[in-house]
Write a protein that binds this ligand. Sequence first.
Ligand SMILES: NC(=O)c1ccc[n+]([C@@H]2O[C@H](COP(=O)([O-])OP(=O)(O)OC[C@H]3O[C@@H](n4cnc5c(N)ncnc54)[C@H](OP(=O)(O)O)[C@@H]3O)[C@@H](O)[C@H]2O)c1
Length: 326
Amino acid sequence: MSDLMRAIEISEPGGPDVLRPCEQPIPTPGAGEVLIKVAYAGVNRPDALQRAGLYRPPASASPLPGLEAAGTIAAVGPNVTDWKEGDAVCALLPGGGYAEYVLTPAAHCLPVPEGMGLREAACLPETFFTVWSNVFDRGGLQAGERFLVHGGSSGIGTTAIQLANALGARVFATAGSAEKCAVCLQLGAEQAVNYREADFVEVLKAEGGANLILDMVGGDYLPRNVKALATEGRLVQIGFLQGPKVELNFAQVMLRRLTITGSTLRPQSDLAKAKIAEALLEKVWPLLEAGRIAPVMDSEFGLEDAAKAHAHMEGGAHIGKIVLKV
Ligand SMILES: NC(=O)c1ccc[n+]([C@@H]2O[C@H](COP(=O)([O-])OP(=O)(O)OC[C@H]3O[C@@H](n4cnc5c(N)ncnc54)[C@H](OP(=O)(O)O)[C@@H]3O)[C@@H](O)[C@H]2O)c1
């Protein structure tokens, strides 16, 4: 085996074209880590933010983009007992997924769900870790509650609709076209609001308000989300596609006992991520293996075409997940 691997680097902060093929040394797993031979790598919006220079990777992470992948274990570091060479896994990564090989903590790997290919499995970790920890752990969604997710046709949105529906919540989604709304309904949303034509605040208020909102849009959605929440409702913020700064009347938070919270996955501790992996294996992997939920696949690009994949994602016409074949 050569000591070098093909990878995609961010040559400088900028648009999709700054993603360039390169050669890098194959990394060596340290204690508690595994080396994965990547078959497919998932493409996520945070990769585009990192490429644009708006999302610095943690100091200990690979500077290469890529937060999730599926493939086979190529080597294990000291103290790894759960995995052995040749095991098929999908994994949450600290970075570096756009490459032939990548390192990650062994505890952030999950088995490829029975009956699923590596292509689909590569699209699970980033959105399933994010949705589980924000909607169920942080947001405390319960069966029967009204749940609103914005960006319903995104990687995050398609995951959130399916999981919340499978676990018994009433799901409402927003999306920017009739085609995207139709997909949200197929995935289990009770109502999908085309935000270019209707006001999600009115739709939710007519139902008694949302008990939980998962939002990645921010901007003027913040005050509108507060209006759309039911008494004791919770808002979980996971992104700010329209910006984080806004004027907000906090009296409503006090008077209706609302909770506003949020999180990002990447800077959390290895232990926190390992706990999310354990919960997914117990609660969500059976749903995937029973075929009750599945990642929604948009398109596949070759590793060398990562720039085209990013341009496609930022064009905004995609529905579900984009994947790189390595
Ligand atoms: N906090 C975390 O840990 C975490 C982890 C992963 C992802 N995220 C965030 O979650 C969001 C979704 O990620 P993803 O990978 O699922 O992305 P994605 O598939 O590219 O989805 C972005 C979605 O947002 C909608 N949208 C609404 N307003 C938008 C705007 N002003 N600009 C661009 N898109 C807009 C788009 O659909 P419409 O056509 O319907 O507008 C699109 O479906 C991103 O903000 C990402 O940074 C957060």
